[in-house]
Ligand binder design. Structure first.
Ligand code: NI
Length: 197
C-alpha cells in the first residue's frame, strides 16, 4: 500500500478489573513520541462507553497518558472546556478540603462508591502537541484528574474503600473479572473462560 495510509479510528476493548495492568505503575513516554492515533482511538473508546476520563492502562497500554472530556456533564458547566490530554503528568500538590463523591470506572462497570479526595490539584503535564503545562484544577475537574492519575499509578477507586465495603463487593468484582457483568461496550476480561469468548 504505502500511498494511502489513512488509519481508521478504532474502539478498543476496555480492560476489566482483575487484569494486572490496572495494578501496575505505568511507564514514562519518551518526549515527542507520536500519539495522535492512539489518542483518537482512546477518545472514540471513551465516548462509546460514555466515560468522562480514560487512562492508557485501561486499553492495555502501561504508559503515562490519560484523556478527559467533562463537557458532557450538563450540570457541570465549568467543565465545558475540560477536554484534555495529559501526557507524563506529575501531580505537584493537592490542597483543600477532602470531599466525598460517588465514583465509577469504565474498568469496573456497575459499581459506584463514595470516594474522598482533596479539592484542588496542581499538575504538570504535556499536551497532545508535547507542550508542557503547569495548571491548577478544582472540584470536579480535579476529581477526574485524580481518578485518572491514579490509574497510571496502578490505583483504582475501590482501593480507597474500607475493608468491609471491599468484602461486600468481592463477589461482584470477581464476576466482573470473569466477564459476568452487564455492559454495553467492548471489554477484555482477564478471567473469562475460553468457552464464553
Ligand atoms: Ni477509572
Amino acid at each position: 500500500m504505502g500511498h494511502l495510509t489513512r488509519k481508521y479510528i478504532m474502539i478498543l476493548p476496555i480492560v476489566a478489573y482483575g487484569d494486572n495492568i490496572l495494578k501496575k505503575k505505568s511507564e514514562e513516554i519518551p518526549v515527542g513520541t507520536p500519539l495522535q492515533e492512539l489518542i483518537a482511538d482512546m477518545y472514540e473508546t471513551m465516548y462509546n462507553a460514555h466515560g468522562i476520563g480514560l487512562a492508557a492502562p485501561q486499553i492495555g497500554k502501561s504508559i503515562r497518558l490519560f484523556i478527559t472530556d467533562g463537557s458532557v456533564l450538563e450540570d457541570e458547566p465549568e467543565l465545558k472546556d475540560f477536554k484534555k490530554v495529559f501526557i507524563n503528568p506529575v501531580i505537584l500538590e493537592e490542597t483543600g478540603e477532602f470531599w466525598a463523591m460517588e465514583e465509577g470506572c469504565l474498568s469496573i462497570p456497575n459499581i459506584r462508591e463514595s470516594v474522598s479526595r482533596q479539592e484542588n490539584v496542581r499538575i504538570r503535564y504535556y499536551d497532545e502537541n508535547w507542550n508542557l503545562h503547569e495548571e491548577t484544577y478544582s472540584g470536579m475537574a480535579a476529581r477526574i484528574i485524580q481518578h485518572e492519575y491514579d490509574h497510571i499509578e496502578g490505583i483504582l477507586f475501590i482501593d480507597y474503600l474500607s475493608p468491609l465495603k471491599k468484602r461486600l463487593l468481592k463477589a461482584k468484582l470477581e464476576n466482573i473479572s470473569k466477564g459476568i457483568v452487564n455492559v454495553d461496550y467492548r471489554m477484555r476480561f482477564p478471567k473469562a473462560s475460553k468457552a464464553r469468548v
